[in-house]
Design a protein around this ligand. Structure first.
Ligand code: TEU
Ligand code: CA
Length: 536
């Protein structure tokens, strides 16, 4: 069985994980000091959000040198030490690959914007007059460049100009960079917004829309499969590595065009379940209902398997904390462990985001100045005229990406043990009670539950390869499914609400091997989870 199907991935946002030199910013030596902690959790693969040279306009998703480590994080020597120690501990390391755009401070762009005659000019996308496309951070997707009196495309911040993948020389540059990292022994890539690489030739006007105008011309574009097959043929096929592509606005059928039999990517991140509490664009929140989460997760289980392989995630550096979003602070332990079990026991590779294993929560920041994220500030300025300051702060307090980026909460000492300097982003004030050390000693320990889940999954093929079958699909409160393989069956049933609910008829009255409550009645307690197991 391929290692990236058996193992669980732990995503680290380096800026917020562990500071080692007191500058208030997480770094590679900090990560090295926490490798044994990660090993003890039972994860097998570490995914690092970008650590490359960058002006940090988008905290590293704006790269100015793909082959240099940002001094905030350390040196290439630190990186080599990290990679060596990761492998010595039997772990794998996956890098974040941002190749839809660079930083506007990348040398390629500095050359490109200086003159139309520059050989690098065609590495980017230019227009004499902007069309009506808008980007993911709100607002126009074109920025004027006075040196050449034309506009360049940026689907994210104006400091993130999109690369022109039509240019074969550019594609060769990217392949060379990929080989640089793979030759060092990196085990794979998380590919940022990978289904945006191909744009409709001629860059035509988009259908009018208040959000993401023109997205029909830059999502799943006409040559995307050609480009990804080229990367696979010329680079990835020559290494024992895996690729997970972040693909915005993808449905299962479209996903299979990328991952069927792992022909282009090994798996994708999709966003349907991330819309369980919003109207597809997270800034338009709607009331969360568990059935929306269930429906999204089951759809991807039923429509991607068996020829495709899913990713399983509830959090990452772009999403609010799942226990704040889909759980409850009143039932903090129960909801964190119920959510963990229900998503990690599905079929696919599990991805855990830093802090999720102790139930870290959204931050109670009420001032716009408390937020650092470029997306948060950009969206605020784009829409404050429509929704007003209070309206925008309500949205930001629910959905800002900074909720995932407050420093990792290690203990109850100053700054939660993250730094002895001034943290780059405020620590969540609840770190006194929600932190790794406290959780470890809690009788109701969330991380112990995660360890139990990961151990069970690793030791049972039925939880890795087993068929998925949902029951009681229409039940608005209970999530209930089985995983079975060669006669071995796991039955997972969970209450996704804060009220007791009748326990459905469990198909197999077999021994209960995992639960987050002590006594089991005819009803499921709030956020009670039960896992039954029937041997072959
Ligand atoms: O995110 C892609 C993306 O669409 C984000 O806007 C995300 O969907 C949104 O923030 C969810 O609310 C990737 C990276 O994960 C993100 O951190 C970067 O800002 C973005 O690409 C540009 O590189
Ligand atoms: Ca540091």
């Amino acid at each position: 069985m391929k290692w990236y199907k058996k193992e669980t991935v732990y995503q680290i946002y380096p800026r917020s994980f562990q500071d080692s030199n007191g500058d208030g910013i997480g770094d590679l030596q900090g990560i090295i000091s926490r490798l044994d902690y990660l090993k003890s959790l039972g994860v097998g693969i570490i995914w690092l959000s970008p650590i490359y040279q960058s002006p940090m306009d988008d905290n590293g998703y704006d790269i100015s040198d793909y082959q240099k480590i940002h001094p905030d994080y350390g040196t290439m020597k630190d990186f080599n030490e990290l990679l060596k120690k990761v492998h010595e501990k039997g772990l794998k390391l996956v890098m974040d690959l941002v190749i839809n755009h660079t930083s506007d401070e990348h040398p390629w762009f500095l050359e490109a914007k200086a003159s139309k005659k520059s050989p690098k000019h065609d590495y980017y996308i230019w227009k004499d007059q902007p069309n009506n496309w808008t980007g993911f951070f709100g607002g126009k997707a074109w920025e004027y460049n006075p040196e050449t009196k034309e506009y360049y495309l940026h689907l994210f911040s104006k400091k993130q100009p999109d690369l022109n993948w039509e240019n074969p020389t550019l594609r060769e540059e990217i392949k060379k960079m990929l080989r640089f990292w793979l030759d060092k022994g990196v085990d794979g890539f998380r590919c940022d917004v990978i289904n945006l690489l191909s744009k409709t030739p001629g860059l035509p006007k988009g259908k009018p829309s208040i959000a993401l105008c023109g997205h029909e011309h830059y999502i799943n574009g006409p040559r995307i499969h050609e480009y990804l097959q080229e990367l696979k043929r010329d680079v990835f096929n020559h290494y024992d590595c895996f690729t997970v592509g972040e693909c915005v606005f993808l449905n299962p059928k479209q996903a299979l065009t990328y991952i069927e039999n792992e022909k282009e990517l090994n798996m994708v991140f999709q966003f349907q379940h991330m819309a369980a509490d919003n109207f597809f664009i997270k800034w338009f929140p709607i009331k969360y209902r568990p059935i929306r989460l269930k429906k999204a997760l089951s759809r991807w289980q039923n429509e991607v398997n068996p020829t495709g392989w899913n990713t399983l995630y509830l959090e990452n550096h772009d999403q609010p904390r799942s226990v704040s979003r889909f759980g409850s602070m009143k039932y903090h332990y129960e909801s964190a462990t119920a959510l963990a079990t229900l998503f990690l026991f599905q079929r696919g590779t599990p991805f855990i985001y830093e802090g999720q294993e102790i139930g870290m929560t959204n931050a109670p920041f009420t001032n716009l100045e408390d937020y650092q994220d470029v997306e948060t500030h950009s969206i605020y300025h784009q829409f404050v005229k429509i929704f007003g300051h209070k309206g925008m702060m309500k949205k930001i307090m629910k959905m800002s990406r900074d909720h995932a980026r407050t420093p990792m909460q290690w203990n109850s000492e100053e700054n939660a043990g993250f730094t002895n300097g001034k943290p780059w982003l405020k620590v969540n004030p609840n770190y006194q009670t929600i932190n790794v050390k406290q959780d470890e000693t809690n009788e109701k320990s969330i991380q112990s539950f995660y360890k139990a889940i990961l151990l069970l999954r690793k030791n049972h093929k039925a939880l890795i390869m087993g068929d998925y079958q949902e029951y009681d699909e229409k039940n608005p409160h209970i999530f209930f499914y089985t995983r079975s393989h060669e006669g071995e069956t796991f039955t997972i049933v969970g209450n996704l609400t804060s009220k007791p609910r009748k326990c459905p008829k469990v198909p197999l009255i077999e021994n209960l091997i995992l639960s987050n409550v002590k006594e089991h009645k005819q009803v499921l307690d709030p956020y009670e989870i039960r896992v039954y197991h029937k041997e072959k």
